[in-house]
Design a protein around this ligand. Structure first.
Ligand code: SF4
Ligand code: SF4
Length: 88
């Protein structure tokens, strides 16, 4: 199983909570700034992501969308949508 991580960098305020909870050090903070004037999270090691959703659950600003890919061409969302946040 592969996990595709989609990050909406413009929503990130650089609080670092997701970096703290990721057990596999998948994420890193960019040295660049977004339009909010914040550093933002980016993916460093997507291959190490297990799709545990801890980053998406803890992020206060709904920056993450995570997709599990079972095989080429098929993907299902596993966390991070507004719907998931209403019904965790
Ligand atoms: S889903 Fe889990 S392993 Fe993947 S980036 Fe988020 S916290 Fe890390
Ligand atoms: S928890 Fe969300 S807002 Fe905070 S650094 Fe991570 S992606 Fe950005």
């Amino acid at each position: 199983m592969m996990v595709k991580i989609v990050i909406n960098a413009e929503r990130c305020k650089g609080c670092g909570l997701c970096l703290e909870v990721c057990p596999n050090k998948v994420l890193r903070m960019s040295s660049a700034f977004n339009s909010l004037g914040s550093h933002f999270v980016e993916v460093e090691r997507e291959e190490a992501c297990t799709g545990c959703c801890r980053c998406a659950i803890i992020c206060p600003d709904v920056v993450f969308e995570l997709y599990r890919t079972e095989e080429a061409g098929s993907a299902s969302q596993t966390g991070g949508s507004d719907e998931d946040r209403r019904n965790p």
